[in-house]
Design a protein around this ligand. Structure first.
Ligand SMILES: NC(=O)c1ccc[n+]([C@@H]2O[C@H](COP(=O)([O-])OP(=O)(O)OC[C@H]3O[C@@H](n4cnc5c(N)ncnc54)[C@H](OP(=O)(O)O)[C@@H]3O)[C@@H](O)[C@H]2O)c1
Length: 320
């Protein structure tokens, strides 16, 4: 039986979630809430959503809504995750959950106490391309890992305008929070939890980091480094460097284009084709299956807390 979802806000990213839900027999979006009644009504009409609420609380009080997708600005994720769980609903909260580890822990404490599912929305982790990367590394294709390098950035002002919430320090904007959180997630996927984190940032006129570069030191002598930013044309990449070769991915996070390259010594690089997939759909289906008790949740407490701790450590290092 499909899980009945509600959307908390009319954020732009909802479009990807709605398109994914449309494709999936396991996911039904039955309600949307907005701070503004008229916006909720017109959004629901435009997207064929049955119920519209002019504030967030009534969606949490709707007895038919089983799970809530939280696509609010970053600084509101923690508070609304707790409120949603306290209202008895499962939660998929957009990345980055929070830069404050205690907030993430509080939300998971509440979810666990209520027996509810809570997950952070790193959709790239649900894509078969990422599963293939893990398989390649774990099967020893490139030997012992030594370096993981990630990059992600785009021109925020050009793509979204200067009023975007990511430019607002009060809403926990910033490049590390936005695109950098994927890089941190990738480094942690292959390195585990870092032992040390060092960061350097360039703060823009609005008061958020518009460029951030970080280094993470892991146990077993693996080093990760990344850079991210809001002030250059779109670029991304992931390189996983082992003692016998390197795995490259050109589009590791958005995954509009799939494909993995493996280079072993001087041999011709091997191109591994990956079937396209809708990772938003896979994410929704993973969380919905966990809600129904029919599958294992991919991203739970450990991942979200580790993620927030690392982001916090990087910001503290950059400020110090
Ligand atoms: N996984 C992904 O691929 C992906 C991609 C993009 C973004 N995201 C994440 O999704 C979240 C939303 O990003 P977005 O760019 O889609 O957001 P957005 O378009 O800026 O929308 C955020 C929504 O939050 C609501 N809101 C509540 N308080 C607000 C405030 N003080 N200022 C502005 N809006 C407020 C608004 O909805 P109402 O007015 O209707 O209440 C607004 O539409 C972020 O955490 C972001 O990191 C994830």
């Amino acid at each position: 039986m499909s899980v009945k979802w509600g959307l908390l806000s009319t954020a732009l990213i909802n479009e990807a979630i709605l398109a994914a839900a449309e494709e999936s027999p396991d996911v039904d979006v039955i309600a949307v809430a907005s701070r503004v009644e008229a916006r909720a009504q017109s959004y629901a009409r435009a997207h064929g959503i049955g119920r519209a609420y002019g504030s967030y609380e009534p969606l949490l009080a709707d007895a038919d809504v089983e799970a809530v997708y939280i696509s609010l600005p970053n600084s509101l994720h923690g508070e609304w995750a707790v409120r949603t769980v306290e209202a008895g609903k499962h939660v998929l909260v957009e990345k980055p959950f929070s830069r404050h580890p205690t907030e993430v822990e509080r939300a998971f404490d509440a979810a666990e106490a209520a027996g509810l599912v809570l997950s952070e929305g790193f959709m790239w982790r649900h894509h078969p391309q990422t599963a293939r990367l893990i398989e390649l590394v774990e099967s020893g294709t490139i030997g012992r890992l030594r370096v993981v390098r990630a990059a992600f950035g785009f021109s925020l002002a050009e793509e979204r305008g200067t009023a975007d919430t990511r430019f607002d320090p009060a809403l926990d904007g910033g490049a590390l929070m936005d695109v950098g959180s994927y890089c941190v997630n990738a480094l942690r996927l292959f390195g585990g939890e870092p032992e040390r984190a060092r960061g350097e940032q360039v703060v823009g006129p609005s008061g958020v980091d518009v460029v951030f570069a970080g280094t993470l030191a892991f146990s077993n002598e693996l080093v990760g480094h990344f850079d991210c930013g809001f002030v250059f044309p779109r670029r991304a990449g992931l390189a996983i460097v082992g003692e016998t070769g390197t795995i490259y991915v050109g589009d590791p996070f958005s995954i509009a284009h799939t494909g993995i390259e493996v280079r072993l010594g001087d041999a011709e690089p091997e191109q591994i084709a990956i079937e396209p997939a809708n990772h938003y759909r896979l994410e929704l289906e993973n969380v919905s299956a966990a809600i129904r008790g029919e599958g294992q949740l991919l991203l739970g407490r450990e991942d979200a807390v580790g993620q927030a701790r690392t982001i916090d450590a990087l910001y503290r290092s950059a400020a110090g």
